[in-house]
Design a protein around this ligand. Structure first.
Ligand SMILES: CC(C)(COP(=O)(O)OP(=O)(O)OC[C@H]1O[C@@H](n2cnc3c(N)ncnc32)[C@H](O)[C@@H]1OP(=O)(O)O)[C@@H](O)C(=O)NCCC(=O)NCCS
Length: 166
């Protein structure tokens, strides 16, 4: 694995905000914005946060969890806020919070939360190491701890299922 910069970076340096007005072609016949539209925006916002942290090209390796809490309607302004939660060697867990704003009432609703994993790649498209995360802030430390635990639990479950199957 090729080396990258080893200077720790704060999550705030790679925080990314995407905003888009939802148009009629993005909704289903109930007037709800398609899940895939939201996912596309989430993936792009998360990719930018990952690349800002890594200073390299990054690819989505996994979308761990997407909770659709409430529908989003045409005419609402959708904002995705992406941040790096946890950094491994070449991988990064990115958390994305999605809010929908009714522009007439000004009311904002938290509609989705997504967790994605990105991998930084080199010129040969092989994984390469990324800078560590500076988690000196207690909130950043808590989010990083949660990301590490999710990874440990996922890997333990993968091992367990593999052992059952063999
Ligand atoms: C991403 C890719 C380069 C990784 O290659 P690989 O040979 O699986 O790499 P490794 O097994 O060494 O894993 C690299 C890292 O990814 C992590 N990873 C691999 N699969 C994962 C998964 N399903 N979920 C979460 N993390 C995963 C590993 O834990 C490792 O993390 P670390 O470096 O922080 O320890 C390769 O799988 C790929 O090219 N995938 C296609 C990506 C793509 O096209 N995405 C959609 C468009 S952007």
């Amino acid at each position: 694995m090729t080396n990258s910069d080893v200077t720790p970076k704060k999550p705030s340096l790679s925080r990314t905000v995407f905003t888009e007005l939802m148009m009629p072609h993005q909704v289903n016949n109930l007037g709800h914005v398609f899940g895939g539209e939201v996912l596309s925006m989430v993936d792009r916002a998360a990719a930018v946060a990952a690349m800002r942290h890594a200073g390299r090209a990054c690819v989505t390796v996994s979308i761990d969890r997407v909770d659709f809490k409430e529908p989003i309607y045409t005419g609402e302004l959708v904002t995705c806020v992406a941040r790096v939660n946890f950094v491994g060697r070449s991988s990064m867990e990115i958390g994305v919070r999605v809010e929908a704003e009714n522009l007439l009432s000004g009311v904002k609703r938290h509609t989705n939360t997504c967790l994605l994993t990105f991998v930084a790649i080199d010129e040969s498209h092989r994984p390469c190491s990324v800078p560590p995360l500076d988690v000196s802030d207690p909130q950043d430390e808590r989010l990083s701890h949660d990301g590490r635990r999710r990874r440990e639990v996922r890997e333990a479950l993968d091992r367990e299922l593999e052992a059952e199957d063999s």
